[in-house]
Design a protein around this ligand. Sequence first.
Ligand SMILES: C[S@@+](CC[C@H](N)C(=O)[O-])C[C@H]1O[C@@H](n2cnc3c(N)ncnc32)[C@H](O)[C@@H]1O
Length: 517
Amino acid sequence: MQQLRSKATELLLREEWKQSVQVYSHFINLCQQQIVQATHDSPQLSKLNKSLCLAFSNRAEARSRLRDLNEALVDCEEALKIETAHFKALLCKGKILLSLNRYSMALDCFRATLMEAHASGNLESVNGFLEKCKKLEYQSRTGAFDLSDWILNGFHGKSPELAEYIGPVRIKKSEISGRGLFATKNIDAGTLVLVTKAIATERGILSDEDSSEKVQLVMWKNFIDKVKERISKSQRTHHLISTLSSGENEDELDVPDTCLFKPETEESSHSTQEIDMGRILSILDVNSLVEDAVSAKVLGKNRGLYGVGLWILASFINHSCSGNARRTHVGDNIIVHVSRDVKAGEEITFAYFDTLVPLEKRKEMSQSWGFNCSCKRCKFEEGMSSKSKQELREIEMGVERGMDVGSAVYRMEENVKRWIVRGKEKGYLRASFWKAYSETYGTERLMKRWGRRIPAVEGAVDSVAETVGSDERLLKILKTNGRGMVEMERATKLAKGVYGKLVKKQALRSLLEMDIC
Ligand SMILES: C[S@@+](CC[C@H](N)C(=O)[O-])C[C@H]1O[C@@H](n2cnc3c(N)ncnc32)[C@H](O)[C@@H]1O
């Protein structure tokens, strides 16, 4: 036993985790056998128990390094059954709970180690964990995230650690398709609705066109392998992924309780169903997101970096061509915020693809995603009279063939008046032809010619932002046409919709100036 113990410790120190787990397991077995045979209350029994406790906590450490977190947690519990305040076991348990995003339970563990940490000279490192844990626990409770410092430092260093957070939203049946995410109260533009960590991500640099497809294929394979590994190591992950749509009979799928996705929800209630890899692959096909989509901001990334990932709760968000939310990626986190004011009960939707384009283009895009878009904007545009649709197609084709974009905007506005299209619907049509609007507003020559016959830039920007949500291209036009402080204020409001309430005013201005929008 002595030899086994030394060997296991040596392997642990050499960071040979797998072998160390094996040797500790052997040692633990022997130790448990001897405990059964030892005399009650004997000094030998207490020595054996001490060794067993340490072995459990060391095996927990090795298992946690291998990301076998659940097994590692069980080991910590075993160690703590023997010695309720065992420093190493408590510290290891705290670290595991922290990486499982169970902040308040982790906080309890770190607090329980404080006395021993003080006595053994480990106070500084324990305090480090405590502070981190407190910050994350606060974020996950309040949704108060602040990336200002990181942004003002030019995204220097590692991306900030963010807590998982579920805001005022719940999963419900959707009129669009299957299940969707819905606001449970009125939410104002920029408010965060969720922050979740990816189950797995895969990133790579895409260089020239030729190699990028191959690189993407390899990345997709690696990504699938990572998801497989995560599923094999956690029944909870497997169960949560299984709640997602595989694209078939979506309207018949169960509506899971939103609480299920809270990190604190216990593992034990899940069945040990077999992994159906075919279904998992379909689920990944339907639900994986790329990080550099038009509707996503990726903060702090290098140019050319391409990433794919699976974020479970965000996977319940349906697409809409008049979406009210956007996503931002920071490290492995997805942050979803509303990009315009949202009423209680409204479905939270974001754009899977660029929606500042005409209906036909959007139809092609949604079909390439495997569905026919049934959002309100598409329904409205499809429901217009065939004469009006023909007129819109002509303008669209005219713009494609190089027609004067100013005259396209003028024709659009005249049509909108003639067809008596008002409010939101006006915004829908302007959004469909935004390319022509933005080129007109952004070109001095065109503004000289058409400026007085078309609406002011602010009005057009507002109507589009109110219907399809804030977008960096709207911001850009405001910036080029901006006239002093009023536009700066309007731009700041729009920027909140683009980036979410993640930064204070100064950092928001810095983002605006960086021109990443
Ligand atoms: C990421 S899932 C969204 C959540 C899904 N509705 C569910 O019940 O799990 C994507 C799938 O939802 C459906 N979907 C999303 N947006 C849609 C839309 N605008 N129109 C029709 N179907 C949509 C499509 O079947 C798509 O493949």
